[in-house]
Structure formats: C-alpha cells, structure tokens
Design a protein around this ligand. Structure first.
Ligand code: FEO
Ligand code: CA
Ligand code: CA
Length: 704
C-alpha cells in the first residue's frame, strides 16, 4: 500500500516528448510479430547495431529456468504469505539493538535519540549482503539496509504521537530521535544450525549512518563554492544522508545508499536558488519541522538550524544556504571498515535518486550505473566512468584494501547522461556536460548561465540540465536491474497521475511557461511512446539494451501493471498475477542469462488493492515467447509472496547459493505479531518495518 511521502508537485518543466507513446507502438507490433525483441528491433529500428544486438539476445540456446511454485492467491491479512513449502522469518525489525549492552525491544519502549542511534533504523528499503569470507558467504554477512523514512505514530506510540508535528517547535529530543531513525544500518547476520537467521549484537561491523552522521563530498561538486557552509567552509564535508530508498552495490565491495525524497527535510523562507525551486525545497516548514528545534539549549553545532537554508549571513560560510546542495547524491559506504566515513559521489548527479544499478561489467570498458529520478515526469540517468574496469579491483571478501579509493577511481570521474526515448523504439543518452549542445543549440553551460568549465554547476542543476537537453519525462522511475549476461536493463515506472492525454499541452511548475526556464519542471506531460497511458495508475516496466557503444539504446515495454478486470489490461494479467505500481526490481542471474526477474509493488491502485496487499512476483523473461509479458505469455508471471496490510514490499537480494531470499516489509499497518512472519496478528501491535527471510523448508534454492 503506497504511503505518500513523495513530493507530488510537478517540478519538471518541459516540452520533451513523453515515453508512453513509444511503448504502445511496440506493444501493438508485438501482437503481430512473434520474433521477439530482436526481430521487432531489426524491422523497426533505424540503426543496424541495435538490431543485431537485440537479435542476439533472443537466441535461446540454453533452457530457461522454470519457476517451481504455483502463483499464490492475493491476500489482505496482517501476515506475510508465501507458497506451500516455504517459511518466512522476521529479522532485524526497527528498534533492534545493535549493541549487546542495550536492553531488548519492548512494544511499550520509549525510543530515545541515543538508543535509536544504536538500533536498527525505521522503514527498511533497499539492502544488500556483503560476505565476510567466500566459504561462509551464504551463512554469514554484513547486511546493509536503508532506513528510508519514519512512521511518527509508531515511533512515538507510547506518548500518543509526536509533539507539534504540524506547527510549533518540535522538542529537540524528538527531532534528534527522528534524525537518528533515518539513514543506513549495517548489521552482521548469521544462519544458525537450525536454519534460522539472527543478528550479531556487538559485532564490529554493526554501524549506523543517520541524517546527522558526518560524511565526505567527492567528485565535481566537492570543494566548490556551491557547497561551502558554516559547518564546512571548504565544501568538503556534510552531515547526514536522508530518505535512502533503493540501493546499489559496487563490484569492489561497497554499498550505495541513494538519497531520494530528501528535499522536504529542508526549508527556505527567503530567496531561492533555481535548483531549490526545481527540486522542490519547501518554503514554509520542513517535513518533520526539525528546523524548529533550533535554539534549544541542548543544540550542538547547529544540528537543527542547518535544516533551514534561508540565507542569513553575509557569506555562504556563515549560514546553511548551501546545506541542501550537499544532499541528492549516491552515498558510498564501505561495509567492512568501520573507520571510514561515507562518501557522497557527486559525479552521479543530484536529484531524487531512487537507486543505483550496475550495468554489464566488461574488462577494459567503463563501469556504468543507472538511476531514476522518482517524481512525476522526471528522468532516467546513467553514469559512465572515465576509467575502464580492471577485474583486479573486484571485491575480495576478507581482504584488507582501500575500497573507497577504488570507488574514487570509478565514481568521481566520468560522464552523466539523461535519457531521451524516441517513438521508434530507439533512444539517446544526452550528455550533461558544459559543452554539450542543448536543445536550442547553445552549449549547456551557457543555457544554464554557468561558466564553460563549471561541471559542479551542471551537477547542482542536474534536473535543469536534463530539461535543457531534451530528456523524456517518465512515469516516476523507481528501481532498475540489469541482466549481467545480456546487459539488458529493466526499470519500473511506478505510476503517474500527471500524465495527460495525447494531444494535450505540457504544463510547467513554479509558474513557469517553458521547460527551458531554469527552476521550472514539467507539471503535466502528454503521453509518449514510452509512457503511453494517460493518468497511469498501474505503472509499467521498461527494458532497454545499449547500442552504438552506449551512445544510444533500443527499448520496449516489458509488462503493464493492471487489475485483471481493467479494460486497459494490455499484458492480459489475471487474478493470479494482477499487480500495480511496480517498484522494487531484481534480476536474479541464476541460469546465465536465463534468470528470474523479481518484481515488488508499492500499490495505491484501487483495482488491485481491493484484491491483494503489496506483493512479490517472479518471471523468467527468457521463457516468454516474444520476450515480453502479453496475454499469450502472462501465465509465466507468478505471485510468490504477499505482504501484510498497509505495507510496501521493497528491497531484495538472495544469498549466493540462492537458498535464502531477503525482502523488506516497509510501513506495515499492524505487524509483525511474531518472529514467524506468516503469523497473522490478533489485536493491535505497534507496527515495525522489518527484513523478512524466505527459505524453503527442505533448504533448497528458492523458486526453482
Ligand atoms: Fe522511495 Fe521511489 O520510492
Ligand atoms: Ca521505491
Ligand atoms: Ca514507490
């Protein structure tokens, strides 16, 4: 069940062509062509490289994995439902102490700032496991877990709710506790002899990064005038990470926590920068009003004042006007070395990053990461490293070496691109560099009013830069995942109520009259081939393949969300697999390119919500004749798990041996009642987001 913390103002001004119309064309041609993506592309695309690359992707020399479970029924209970023969266990719910000294959780526990800083954070989201050695990789690892945001009612349940949540000054201790409930949790977990998982209190790997933890800035923005603050006059440090939603991980063994809905923790009641307006910094009060705790006698180092970015001093080094410019990045964390600060890798752009997904890795070729900006009518991006991949930099669990130095090598220098999806099923990556030619022919730096060597300025104004280059406004890009064999990229477009009918005019935010005005975004955008449904409530999933050495790509729609009863049920979904608002996504690479695509939902679409809570589905793309989900192939898309009422199902990975699948249950309404995640709640419990481990009772690999 979708819980609205996104900023639904339309902040993207623009006239770029929407992606939806492209998709519809692909789907209609697919209904008459049975040759799959390759043949479709070969016949429709104007560039031979794409056609060739796509054709090669559909030659099924290997046998695709079979899904050895029956699709389960939808559920609307306060329990996790899994197929017969499977178990589901609650692991590290919110408030679990990371230290062996802290007392155990109680339902009537009054949370404090100090305790929260040493406990698992709230609202679990993206996550990944980092083995400590190869031999025990499937039984013991560091779990890195995003804590996206908070449920104030659950956090402050013993006192009946938060104080002054909407107006008036927040008590400093409440603000401090909420700040500490956000961020990232690192916690060592182990599989016991009986097959159950537990965390290791007091492990040297256990660690919290909160919205107050000191972090480094790296890449083009670091040390620039854009990020000088009273806290860091040199512009090299900041405090905290926030709204870490989807995640990423690197081949050198680090975790990437992605900053998504961070703009709303700040407020600016004075003169605004164009980038403040474009990204949507509030003008009256921050989301939680943390800035209202400023001036409390206990306040240290402007810990609350920094959330009010209104210019007050004579110079940026005397106030926090630039504090929000130290947010909106991909945050790299070394899960193995507790002495190292997290690093914000600014070269990958500044926006509401849903996540960060590694592209196909090839020796000597650049390292590629994809990311979507999750807001209505925002864009899809990719970062291409300047350095070529050296397999000697791959992670070696247990070895001592400087992973963050390797991170600097690949993530601090490179080129950021935004995606334009064309109606013929092709697309182009638009470079966000000072000298790139913008849509009106001017160099991008000039169109943005920046100096010709100001890459830092381009990054600060990433959204405006993408507007000016003509990127395609999308239906809220959420997670992506890459088939590591083919390099094909899947991305969820969760929904978009601001997608308008064909032929309508785009409208713009902040009173803007055109997409080319800095500080203005698309409020509404008409359907395009890649985002083909007006008022897209159910969402869809796209797939593309890089062509022309990554300068262009070929794309198509993989599946459309829908209720079975919908008239516009383009993929022919039934009661066994109806879903809406796809969000989490994971390509499980078992089968060497014939693997499983796992799809998680964050649904607010009534047609599906009346039948089932949020869910986890699975499909083997290579098993689909034609390569996509159609009315003829939809039976291969199966429902594997359903979450408890009120929740969102998000975050996913499996142990290397694929015997344990880890998912997260975020913002449940009344769960969990027991360590057995499948136990239905009786009465009312204080809800706790939690990781859930799904295993087979016979100990075998999941799903096959
Ligand atoms: Fe935090 Fe876009 O989901
Ligand atoms: Ca999400
Ligand atoms: Ca979502």
């Amino acid at each position: 069940m979708s819980k609205e913390i996104e900023d639904h103002r339309d902040l993207n001004p623009g006239t770029n062509e929407p992606f939806a119309s492209v998709l519809e064309r692909h789907v209609s041609r697919r209904s008459v062509m049975r040759g799959g993506l390759g043949l479709a592309a070969a016949s429709m695309l104007g560039f031979g490289g794409a056609a060739q690359a796509l054709a090669s992707s559909t030659s099924h020399e290997k046998t695709p994995l079979g899904l050895a479970f029956e699709s389960i029924a939808g559920s609307r209970s306060d329990a996790v439902v899994v197929p017969p023969g499977y178990t589901a266990q609650v692991l590290v719910p919110w408030g679990t102490p990371l230290s062996e000294k802290a007392s155990a959780w109680r339902d009537d526990l009054a949370m404090t700032a100090e305790r929260q800083a040493q406990s698992v954070g709230m609202h679990h989201d993206g996550m990944h496991g980092f083995p400590l050695d190869e031999a025990s990789a499937s039984r013991r690892f560091v779990l890195a877990l995003n804590n996206e945001y908070i449920d104030q009612q659950a956090l402050w349940a013993p006192q009946g709710g938060p104080t002054n949540a909407e107006e008036g000054a927040r008590p400093a201790e409440e603000s401090r506790t909420e700040i500490n409930a956000h961020g990232v949790t690192l916690v060592e977990v182990v599989k016991e002899g009986d097959g159950r998982w537990s965390h290791v209190p007091g492990s040297p790997y256990n660690r919290r990064f909160t919205s107050a933890t000191e972090m480094e800035l790296a890449g083009p923005v670091a040390g620039s005038a854009y990020v000088r603050t009273k806290f860091s006059p040199e512009g090299r440090l900041t405090r905290g990470t926030n709204n870490n939603c989807g995640n990423g991980f690197t081949p050198w063994g680090t975790y990437l926590a992605c900053e998504e809905n961070w703009p709303n923790i700040f407020v600016n009641t004075g003169e605004r920068f164009a980038d403040d307006a474009r990204i949507g910094i509030p003008t009256q009060r921050g989301r939680y009003g943390w800035e209202t705790s400023a001036g409390d006698p206990s306040e240290a180092n402007d810990e609350f004042a920094r959330f009010d970015i209104t210019p007050r001093g004579a110079d940026a080094r005397e106030d926090y006007r630039n504090e929000a410019r130290t947010y909106g990045y991909q945050v790299e964390i070394d899960p193995y070395d507790g002495s190292r600060r997290a690093v914000k890798r600014t070269a990958l752009g500044r926006f509401r990053h849903e996540g960060c997904w590694l592209g196909k890795l090839e020796p000597g070729k650049p390292v590629v990461f994809y990311s979507g900006h999750d807001a209505r009518n925002e864009y899809i991006y990719k970062f291409v490293s300047a350095a070529g991949w050296d397999p000697a930099d791959a992670n070696r669990p247990g070895a001592a070496y400087d992973r963050l130095a390797i991170g600097a090598k690949y993530l601090d220098e490179g080129t950021l691109y935004a995606a334009r999806f064309d109606a013929d099923g092709s697309g182009e990556w638009l470079p966000l560099t000072p000298l790139a030619k913008s849509r009106d022919g001017r160099p991008l730096h000039e169109a943005l009013g920046l100096a010709a060597d100001d890459q830092a300025g381009i990054i600060i104004h990433t959204c405006d830069a993408a507007d000016l280059m003509g990127a395609t406004p999308m239906d809220r890009p959420e997670w992506a995942s890459v088939d590591p064999a083919s390099g094909e990229v899947y991305i969820t477009l969760t929904n978009n109520s601001k997608r308008t009918a064909a032929g309508s005019e785009a409208t713009f935010t902040n009173g803007g009259g055109a997409i080319d005005e800095p500080g203005v975004g698309f409020a509404t955008a008409p359907v395009n081939e890649a985002n083909p449904r007006p008022d897209n409530g159910a969402g869809h999933i796209l797939r593309w393949r890089e062509v022309d050495d990554g300068a262009r790509f070929a794309w198509e729609v993989f599946v459309f969300g829908a209720a079975a009863a919908d008239a516009d049920n383009r993929s022919g979904l039934t009661e066994a697999n109806q879903f809406a608002s796809p969000d989490g996504l994971w390509y499980d690479d078992r089968g060497d390119g014939q693997g499983i695509l796992w799809i998680q939902t964050d649904n607010g679409y009534e047609g599906v919500a009346e039948h089932t809570n949020d869910q986890l589905l699975a499909v083997v793309p290579a098993a689909l004749e034609g390569g996509v989900v159609t009315p003829e192939t939809q039976q291969h898309l199966k429902r594997f798990a359903v979450g408890p009422s009120g929740c969102e199902v998000t975050g996913i990975f499996a142990t290397p041996d694929k015997t344990a699948l880890f998912i997260n249950i975020q913002h449940p309404g009344n769960w969990p009642a027991a360590e057995d995640a499948t136990t239905a709640t009786q009465g009312k419990v204080r809800p706790r987001a939690s990781t859930v481990v799904i295993q087979k009772q016979d100990g075998g690999p999941i799903a096959v």
